[in-house]
Ligand binder design. Structure first.
Ligand code: HSE
Length: 400
């Protein structure tokens, strides 16, 4: 099988290296040699061992009938969208790590692939090297999926881990993540939770059959987390993790959200540190299943890309099946959680009147845990607090 790689960046070069280094292993498993015929990039790489295969013009790939599979690792939803669509329309299967493209145009691209009798697979788009989409779509598909909760972003998990291990502020931990090359120069998509929102949109699509636009998902990042919140979490035996969550309640409500959560030490996601990712999947018969591993980086992501290549080569590929849903089926205002809250400008009596019974915390003045309440209930209380001159300094939901 002859393939083309689109994009020779971090993931593209890792994929080329893996296809070369593990060539014999892949051939033995897939029953067919996987050969890189082209690598398409706007840049030239004269010193690369793949220099003889690097071209600038995608239409060469598009017109070459020998190419049955295209690996799109350009990223973004512009050129990558155009090339993916053209490759699929030409009857070539496409494998990608591009979460933005899958979250934005996944439904359309899957439908073209089906119509043309080829495949569109994207294991590498979520959780880097961790096989999680294929297990949900295949091995767990006979379960009702009640929950998918994941630490889906390595950069923010590294920042939060450093805030806990060294007491660093968010800014200091972010600077450290940038110095180590984990965080992008512009870390907005990571720290504001947008990257995790795209990933939970994809996980939720596989779990529910509906792809919700990432823009419609309630998304909070980690910028507002203070060193004081980290100390308070430690005092009550919790860690703080940015989670992407898909939840289906017994009454049929369905929530999708991205937000920091306080996780008790006995939660399986609590101990996942540094740049690692972890995904908990709860099925109605299987119970909890955990996936853990390296969620980013050249080699782990290449491993997931090649896993999809292998499936297609050995004719064992599956078709992820979901349709489009503009909105999250249940309004977020009904989502219920207990919360850690810190207020200022209000005394204990006012807090009791507004929040009812609370569990005071010793970490800071006016820090407490609330009873379980809806988002709507919490916003109403925050407004009442403001009306009497107080304000919420910090608040984080408790995971359950
Ligand atoms: N910026 C992402 C992360 C890369 O930190 O997890 C992998 O999607």
């Amino acid at each position: 099988m002859k393939v083309a790689i689109l994009g020779f960046g971090t993931v593209g070069s890792g994929t080329a290296e893996m296809l070369t280094k593990n060539r014999a292993l892949l051939k033995a498993h897939a029953g067919e040699e996987v050969e890189i015929k082209y690598i398409v990039d706007i840049r030239s790489f004269p010193d690369s061992p793949f220099a003889d295969r690097i071209i600038n013009d995608f239409s060469v790939v598009e017109k070459d009938d020998e190419i049955s599979l295209v690996i799109e690792v350009i990223g973004g939803a512009k050129i990558a969208y155009d090339f993916t669509k053209r490759a699929l329309l030409a009857g070539k299967s496409v494998v990608t790590s591009n979460k933005e493209l899958v979250a934005t145009h996944g439904v359309e691209l899957l439908s073209i692939a089906k119509e043309k009798g080829c495949y569109y697979l994207f294991e590498a788009a979520v959780g880097g090297g961790i096989p999680v989409l294929s297990p949900i779509a295949n091995d767990l598909s006979h379960n009702e999926i009640l929950e998918v909760s994941g630490i889906l972003n390595g950069t923010t998990n590294y920042i939060l881990t450093r805030m806990f291990s060294s007491g660093a502020s968010f800014e200091a931990a972010l600077a450290e993540a940038q110095a180590k090359g984990y965080a992008e120069a512009d870390p907005t998509a990571d720290v504001e939770g947008h990257d995790a929102a795209r990933k939970i949109a994809i996980l939720g699509a596989l779990a529910s059959g509906k792809l919700v636009s990432a823009d419609a998902i309630h998304t909070e990042g980690i910028r507002a987390i203070r060193a004081e919140d980290v100390k308070a979490a430690e005092k009550i035996g919790c860690s703080i993790k940015l989670l992407g969550r898909y939840l289906r309640t017994e009454s049929g409500d369905m929530f999708l959200l991205v937000a920091p959560f306080l996780l008790p030490a006995d939660s399986p996601l609590s101990g996942i540190s540094d740049v690692y990712n972890g995904v908990l999947v709860r099925g109605n018969f299987v119970g909890d299943v955990m996936f853990y591993g390296r969620g980013a980086g050249s080699e782990p992501t290449a491993s997931a890309v090649v896993a999809d290549v292998d499936k297609i080569a050995r004719k064992a590929a599956y078709r992820p099946a979901f349709t489009a849903a503009e909105d999250v089926p249940t309004e977020f205002s009904y989502f219920r959680a207990r919360r850690y809250v810190v207020v200022e400008g209000a005394d204990a009596a006012a807090i009791e009147i507004i929040f009812g019974e609370t569990e005071p915390l010793a970490s800071e003045e006016n820090a407490f845990l609330t009873a379980e309440m809806s988002e709507k209930g919490f916003s109403e209380r925050a407004k009442r607090l403001e009306a009497c001159g107080g304000k919420i300094v910090s608040h984080i939901r408790l995971y359950r």
